[in-house]
Design a protein around this ligand. Sequence first.
Ligand code: IPE
Ligand code: IPE
Ligand code: MG
Length: 255
Amino acid sequence: MIKRVRSWLNQEDSQQTHQLSPDNIPHHVAIIMDGNGRWAKRRGMPRIVGHQNGMKAVKRAAIAADDLGIKILTMYAFSTENWTRPKDEVDFLMKLPQEFLAIELEELIEKNVQVRMMGHPEELPSHTVSAMEEAVAKTAGNNGLVLNFALNYGSRKEITESFKALGQEISDGILRPEDITEELIGRRLLTGELPDPDLLIRTSGELRLSNFMLWQLAYSELWFTDAYWPEFTKDHLVEAIAEYQQRTRRYGGLS
Ligand code: IPE
Ligand code: IPE
Ligand code: MG
């Protein structure tokens, strides 16, 4: 088991080249895992082969994040807009969480990872939800890396739902409009008590957010790579963090 973990981590070179400062590792990293389909197409293979290989990259990214001292890793796995894809592809994607967890859950538990899910479970097939719920329950007592899967997640839906709930509370008289603060809205989003991402990574060369964490990314640093998601390795993560460490976060103030 340990040997298998080591093989994933065998990328010390990049880490040394970039000499990451241990005091400035982003606490929360969010990743838009994009480019599975194009990765497969470039190899003359069906899109689902890209998704299958993307799953391996999830594992690499989680181990690398943990190793580098990242505390929260949020992975955009399926958006509220991805339902518009052909049914075969959607069905395949919906089976991936259980496949991933069947292979990896034991090791995730061993590595003290806390699995979480962020999204709207009501529209997901029950087999997908139960696999996720099992992983969340079995890792709930852990206190290591938070591995947060955004599954059937869409930021506009998230914000709309939270406003609906707040509106209902106002009409029920349990909340006054003046009680609504940025902190309250933040807590009512699917990220709940999680801090905002410090760093957002998107693969595949697309330079957009695609309805991902629109509220939470207000002051996150953005990093893009042309690499397709199945190609993502620890090297990319190290490169992203190295660049993050060069940035000055001003939050609208002066440095
Ligand atoms: C990301 O890869 C995975 C999901 C959105 C589920 P894509 O499937 O979007 O791959 P491309 O962008 O079409 O290459
Ligand atoms: C964003 O990728 C969603 C996920 C990675 C899960 P998409 O491939 O759906 O985004 P667009 O359509 O290129 O904006
Ligand atoms: Mg895409």
